[in-house]
Ligand binder design. Structure first.
Ligand code: 5GP
Length: 139
Protein backbone atom coordinates (compact mmCIF):
# COMPACT_ATOMS: atom_id res chain seq x y z
CA UNK A 1 0.00 0.00 0.00
CA UNK A 2 1.24 3.50 -0.84
CA UNK A 3 1.80 6.29 1.67
CA UNK A 4 -1.00 8.90 1.57
CA UNK A 5 0.44 12.34 2.31
CA UNK A 6 -3.04 13.59 3.31
CA UNK A 7 -3.18 11.44 6.45
CA UNK A 8 -3.85 13.28 9.73
CA UNK A 9 -0.34 12.92 11.12
CA UNK A 10 1.23 14.24 7.91
CA UNK A 11 -1.05 17.28 8.29
CA UNK A 12 0.07 17.68 11.92
CA UNK A 13 3.72 17.53 10.79
CA UNK A 14 3.03 20.25 8.18
CA UNK A 15 1.29 22.38 10.82
CA UNK A 16 -2.05 22.19 9.03
CA UNK A 17 -3.78 20.65 12.08
CA UNK A 18 -3.03 21.75 15.68
CA UNK A 19 -1.64 19.38 18.28
CA UNK A 20 -0.20 19.38 21.80
CA UNK A 21 3.43 19.06 20.80
CA UNK A 22 5.74 17.52 23.39
CA UNK A 23 9.11 17.01 21.72
CA UNK A 24 10.93 16.98 18.42
CA UNK A 25 14.39 16.30 17.09
CA UNK A 26 15.79 16.10 13.56
CA UNK A 27 14.02 12.82 12.81
CA UNK A 28 10.98 12.49 15.10
CA UNK A 29 7.99 14.42 16.47
CA UNK A 30 5.88 13.68 19.58
CA UNK A 31 2.39 14.91 20.50
CA UNK A 32 -0.59 14.02 22.69
CA UNK A 33 -3.17 11.52 21.43
CA UNK A 34 -6.55 13.31 21.30
CA UNK A 35 -8.37 10.17 22.46
CA UNK A 36 -6.12 9.18 25.37
CA UNK A 37 -6.51 5.70 26.78
CA UNK A 38 -4.41 6.72 29.80
CA UNK A 39 -3.30 10.08 31.20
CA UNK A 40 -0.23 11.08 29.22
CA UNK A 41 -1.02 8.89 26.19
CA UNK A 42 1.17 10.30 23.43
CA UNK A 43 2.40 9.38 19.97
CA UNK A 44 5.91 9.24 18.48
CA UNK A 45 6.18 9.60 14.72
CA UNK A 46 9.02 9.91 12.20
CA UNK A 47 9.23 13.22 10.33
CA UNK A 48 9.69 11.37 7.06
CA UNK A 49 6.89 9.38 5.40
CA UNK A 50 6.12 5.70 5.90
CA UNK A 51 2.82 3.91 6.52
CA UNK A 52 3.90 1.76 9.41
CA UNK A 53 6.59 -0.60 10.72
CA UNK A 54 6.31 -2.80 7.62
CA UNK A 55 7.59 -0.22 5.12
CA UNK A 56 9.73 1.85 7.54
CA UNK A 57 13.49 2.00 7.09
CA UNK A 58 15.77 0.73 9.86
CA UNK A 59 16.79 4.37 10.39
CA UNK A 60 13.17 5.52 10.86
CA UNK A 61 12.51 2.71 13.34
CA UNK A 62 15.71 3.38 15.27
CA UNK A 63 15.02 7.11 15.49
CA UNK A 64 11.47 6.51 16.73
CA UNK A 65 12.52 4.02 19.40
CA UNK A 66 15.26 6.35 20.64
CA UNK A 67 12.61 9.04 21.09
CA UNK A 68 10.15 6.56 22.61
CA UNK A 69 12.68 5.86 25.37
CA UNK A 70 13.33 9.57 26.07
CA UNK A 71 9.63 10.44 26.22
CA UNK A 72 8.74 7.30 28.20
CA UNK A 73 11.11 8.37 30.98
CA UNK A 74 9.49 11.82 30.98
CA UNK A 75 6.04 10.20 31.23
CA UNK A 76 7.13 8.08 34.19
CA UNK A 77 8.26 11.24 35.96
CA UNK A 78 5.29 13.38 34.91
CA UNK A 79 2.61 10.94 36.13
CA UNK A 80 4.57 9.12 38.81
CA UNK A 81 3.84 6.07 36.65
CA UNK A 82 5.02 2.55 37.40
CA UNK A 83 5.25 1.28 33.86
CA UNK A 84 4.82 2.04 30.17
CA UNK A 85 2.75 0.17 27.61
CA UNK A 86 4.05 0.63 24.07
CA UNK A 87 1.58 -0.05 21.25
CA UNK A 88 2.17 -0.03 17.50
CA UNK A 89 -0.40 -1.19 14.91
CA UNK A 90 0.13 -2.16 11.27
CA UNK A 91 -2.53 -2.09 8.53
CA UNK A 92 -6.29 -2.40 9.13
CA UNK A 93 -6.16 -6.03 10.23
CA UNK A 94 -3.50 -5.04 12.74
CA UNK A 95 -5.68 -2.31 14.23
CA UNK A 96 -4.09 0.68 12.49
CA UNK A 97 -6.33 3.68 11.77
CA UNK A 98 -3.86 6.44 10.81
CA UNK A 99 -1.39 5.46 8.10
CA UNK A 100 1.77 7.25 9.20
CA UNK A 101 4.04 5.13 11.42
CA UNK A 102 3.40 5.84 15.10
CA UNK A 103 4.19 4.40 18.50
CA UNK A 104 1.69 4.84 21.35
CA UNK A 105 3.27 5.59 24.75
CA UNK A 106 0.85 4.78 27.58
CA UNK A 107 1.90 5.54 31.17
CA UNK A 108 0.57 2.82 33.49
CA UNK A 109 -0.16 2.32 37.18
CA UNK A 110 -0.53 -1.06 38.85
CA UNK A 111 -4.12 -2.31 38.62
CA UNK A 112 -5.39 0.61 36.47
CA UNK A 113 -6.91 -0.52 33.16
CA UNK A 114 -6.64 1.41 29.91
CA UNK A 115 -9.74 3.44 29.07
CA UNK A 116 -11.81 2.27 26.07
CA UNK A 117 -10.73 3.63 22.67
CA UNK A 118 -12.54 6.47 20.91
CA UNK A 119 -13.20 8.84 23.84
CA UNK A 120 -12.26 12.41 22.94
CA UNK A 121 -10.11 14.27 25.47
CA UNK A 122 -11.11 17.39 27.36
CA UNK A 123 -8.63 19.74 25.71
CA UNK A 124 -7.94 21.74 28.90
CA UNK A 125 -7.05 18.51 30.71
CA UNK A 126 -4.97 17.32 27.74
CA UNK A 127 -2.98 20.55 27.93
CA UNK A 128 -2.29 20.12 31.67
CA UNK A 129 -1.05 16.59 30.97
CA UNK A 130 1.11 17.84 28.09
CA UNK A 131 2.52 20.56 30.37
CA UNK A 132 3.58 17.88 32.88
CA UNK A 133 5.42 15.89 30.20
CA UNK A 134 7.03 19.01 28.73
CA UNK A 135 8.23 19.99 32.23
CA UNK A 136 9.68 16.51 32.80
CA UNK A 137 11.45 16.68 29.43
CA UNK A 138 12.87 20.09 30.28
CA UNK A 139 13.99 19.01 33.75
P1 5GP B 1 -3.88 3.68 15.44
O1 5GP B 1 -3.72 4.07 13.99
O2 5GP B 1 -2.61 3.19 16.05
O3 5GP B 1 -5.01 2.71 15.64
O4 5GP B 1 -4.29 4.94 16.29
C1 5GP B 1 -4.34 6.25 15.81
C2 5GP B 1 -4.38 7.16 17.02
O5 5GP B 1 -4.40 8.49 16.56
C3 5GP B 1 -5.62 6.97 17.92
O6 5GP B 1 -5.18 6.66 19.24
C4 5GP B 1 -6.33 8.30 17.85
O7 5GP B 1 -6.88 8.69 19.07
C5 5GP B 1 -5.23 9.26 17.40
N1 5GP B 1 -5.72 10.38 16.60
C6 5GP B 1 -6.59 10.30 15.58
N2 5GP B 1 -6.79 11.52 15.04
C7 5GP B 1 -5.99 12.38 15.74
C8 5GP B 1 -5.76 13.80 15.65
O8 5GP B 1 -6.31 14.51 14.82
N3 5GP B 1 -4.88 14.32 16.55
C9 5GP B 1 -4.24 13.57 17.49
N4 5GP B 1 -3.41 14.20 18.31
N5 5GP B 1 -4.44 12.23 17.59
C10 5GP B 1 -5.31 11.66 16.74
Amino acid sequence: MAYDSDNIFAKILRGEIPCEKLYEDDDTFVFMDIMPRADGHCLVIPKTPCRNMLDASPEQLAACLKTVQIVSHACLTAFDAEGITLQQFNEPAGGQEVYHLHFHILPRHEGVKLRPPGQMADFAVLKTHADKIRAALAG
